[in-house]
Design a protein. Sequence first.
Length: 113
Amino acid sequence: MDRLRPVGGFVSLVNNRAVTIYLWHVAALVVAVHLCEPLGAGSAPAWGAPWPGVSSHWPAALAGLAVMSALLGVAVLAFGWVEDLAARRRPRLSPFVSRRPPAVVPAPSPVST
C-alpha cells in the first residue's frame, strides 16, 4: 500500500476515523436519500431492468452517493477529533497519518567527574 500513495492515504484516513464513519454513515445516507428522492433515488427497482435489483434511476443514485459522501466528510471533520481524544492522541482536524520520520533527539553527553 505504501507504493500507491493515494490508496495508502485513503486507507489511513478510513482507519483513523473508522468509528466516526461507522456512527454517521446511516444518518448521511438517510439525509442523502431524502434530498435526492425527487430525482428518483431510493425508489423501487424497475421491472424492465437488465438484472434484478437495478433501478432505472441510477443517475439519481449516483447523486445520492455524492451527497452522502459529502455529508459523511463533513461529519468526519466535525466529530472525528473526538476519536483522537478517545485514543489518547492529540486532536487533529486532518485524520491522515503524518509521513514524516520521528525527530532524532541527540543523547546527552556523559559528564566526567
